[in-house]
Design a protein around this ligand. Sequence first.
Ligand SMILES: *Cc1c(COP(=O)(O)O)cnc(C)c1O
Length: 469
Amino acid sequence: MRELFRALPSVDACLSAMDGVLLELDAPHARSRELINLFLDSCRNEIRTGALSDPAELDAARLMPRLEAFLREGLRPALRRVLNATGVVIHTNLGRSIMARQAIEAAMTAAGGYCNLEYNLAAGSRGSRHSLVDKLICSLTGAEAALVVNNNAAAVLLVLDTLCRGGEVIVSRGQLVEIGGSFRIPDVMARSGAALREVGTTNRTHLSDYAGAISVDTRALMRVHTSNYRVIGFHADVALEDMARLAHEHGLPLLEDLGSGSLLDFSPWGLPGEPTARQVIEAGADVVTFSGDKVLGGPQAGIIAGREEFIEAMRHNQLLRALRCDKMTLAALEATLRLYLDPHKAIASVPTLRRMTMSAAELKRRAEKLRRALRRALPAGLAELSLLTGVSRVGGGAFPECDLPTTLVRVLPLARTVEDTRARLLRTEPPLVTRVENGALLLDPRTLEDHEFPTLVRVLNSALDGVKS
Ligand SMILES: *Cc1c(COP(=O)(O)O)cnc(C)c1O
């Protein structure tokens, strides 16, 4: 063991052996030393536990490639680009919406220079960041007023804290949902200082349940869009119009957390069932909240739209200071919303919308193109390729029941197991996230761009290669 310890190279020897790599990676000296020390520590540990017992493993030819991989891993950014072949358009784990070119450019402009974030250029005096996109939101939703915060969870928190603190808000038991990442509506409510008054049962809630729960403590009635699931079978829900009438008869606001929310009606594209923000407001909701980076296809944000008196109260809530958006978000959101002024333009240029509405014929053509590219590039014997009809998902809790028809490229690895290939694909540069079904990898062109195909072919080729393990 002492022999092995002595055979380990010094930090300086490692530094000079890795000279080229460190130069290539533009690695800061102190960080490089730190990583080399960590690497040598892990080698000592392996020697101590017996995992490293063959002196040949410490030869430069064996050890230095390991060190190089360790350095590359340690020096690369934590947040990296990945290829999404899952067919889930709004994939929360993969960063939800990809922004339109116009939104990206607006965010870059805001990031790279000073801007009138809180400066009224017309008056030459202090302005408000909250008056940058509110008019656009009003004209797109028909609301009297609007406010934007960090995300929809923050929007719900601000609404409840402003309008319901110290009182009760009535919600149906069928709508006490948990959204991915353990965001639970009841927990957010508790944080706001509003007491939750649950009514009805999981599968059935009637107008009389709401009416019977209204008391002097009631501050609002609330509806939560059951984004990611549907109750089917013996089921009853109260129509929005009826709830609005009941709330207004008692002088209470009706709040609606739309979740994903949308500004366009997607039923012409075979995506029915999600009301637009405008429809919900017209039907009588006083305040609606929705995400900026779900179906809207913009940056992470929470949009609050509704009656002026309620929005005005939120503008004066001290909590808003902690929930406000930064300049890049507001710039990207404004650019995204401007595209919506012409719905055709929005569909064509907001990637989330374009992917949601891509035709089955186009997807088939693109899947064929991807398969051709793979067939040309992959050496024989690595994988069996075929096309398969299947479904993609909108994701982000939107349109949970809608199967978007697609054509998938099915890749059956021949030299490795499917699970091993899938894991290796997560370590390529860039990583490729795939679906595994019935013992094969599935690639859905819906969430890929044509210009990404060559990169996909390259990483798939390297991941499929080698011996079966
Ligand atoms: C997604 C969602 C939220 C949370 O929105 P974020 O923008 O992720 O904070 C809240 N409510 C519902 C119903 C949702 O679908």
